[in-house]
Design a protein around this ligand. Structure first.
Ligand SMILES: NC(=O)c1ccc[n+]([C@@H]2O[C@H](COP(=O)([O-])OP(=O)(O)OC[C@H]3O[C@@H](n4cnc5c(N)ncnc54)[C@H](OP(=O)(O)O)[C@@H]3O)[C@@H](O)[C@H]2O)c1
Length: 170
């Protein structure tokens, strides 16, 4: 069974960016190192076109899949598939994990589809006050904290298991 994980960095007040053009270069070196390690382990990164546009080029040594209704970016594969359809296609290609790399629209779409197995969340010791939130629609899921690391500079690197069945208690 293919296992999709969300990987995201946010401020202590819950923002992943100041606006849609704000590249995620503001995160700590430990966050960047974890991003490279986990996305290379998965071998495939999935993101929305807004996020892709903040990158200088496709992420090396990983299949880059970009959600867009009308654009194609060189060196990437474009999709409009429902999450479960995309995951089934990736499974037939022999992939075991999929890194869902944002932004908010794509994180939300995969959470709503109830397919996310893990959430790798970095909390940076920063406040943006306003901006783009991690998710942008009504959602309910249970998280179990599997691991946590606090860096010297105060960044928290969290690993959660995501489950959907118990969430109705709220
Ligand atoms: N801090 C972090 O960890 C982190 C991680 C990732 C991203 N970000 C930030 O998040 C921001 C972007 O987030 P965002 O929510 O604005 O945009 P996004 O999720 O990156 O991309 C949205 C785009 O995805 C496409 N899309 C969405 N649903 C689709 C569907 N069902 N079928 C086909 N295409 C679909 C559309 O592209 P078209 O308009 O081309 O059709 C839409 O405009 C950027 O600032 C980025 O830096 C932060």
């Amino acid at each position: 069974m293919i296992r999709p994980f969300i990987i995201a960095a946010m401020t202590a007040d819950g923002f992943i960016a100041k606006d849609a053009n704000h590249a995620a270069f503001w995160t700590s070196k430990e966050d960047k190192a974890r991003f490279v390690e986990l996305t290379k382990r998965a071998g495939v990164v999935v993101m929305g076109s807004q996020t892709y546009k903040t990158l200088p080029r496709p992420l090396a040594d990983r299949v880059n899949i970009v959600y867009s209704r009308d654009k194609h970016f060189e060196g990437t594969e474009t999709t409009q598939d429902e999450p479960r359809v995309l995951l089934a296609k990736l499974e037939t290609r022999g992939l075991k994990e999929v890194a869902i790399c944002g932004g908010s629209q794509i994180y939300t779409m995969f959470m709503k589809a109830k397919v996310v197995d893990k959430l790798y969340l970095t909390i940076e010791p920063l406040i943006f006050g306003k901006g783009i939130t991690l998710f942008k629609e009504d959602l309910l899921a249970d998280l179990t904290l599997l691991s946590h690391v606090k860096t010297e500079s105060g960044t928290l690197l969290l690993e959660y298991k995501v489950e959907y069945h118990g969430a109705q208690k709220f």
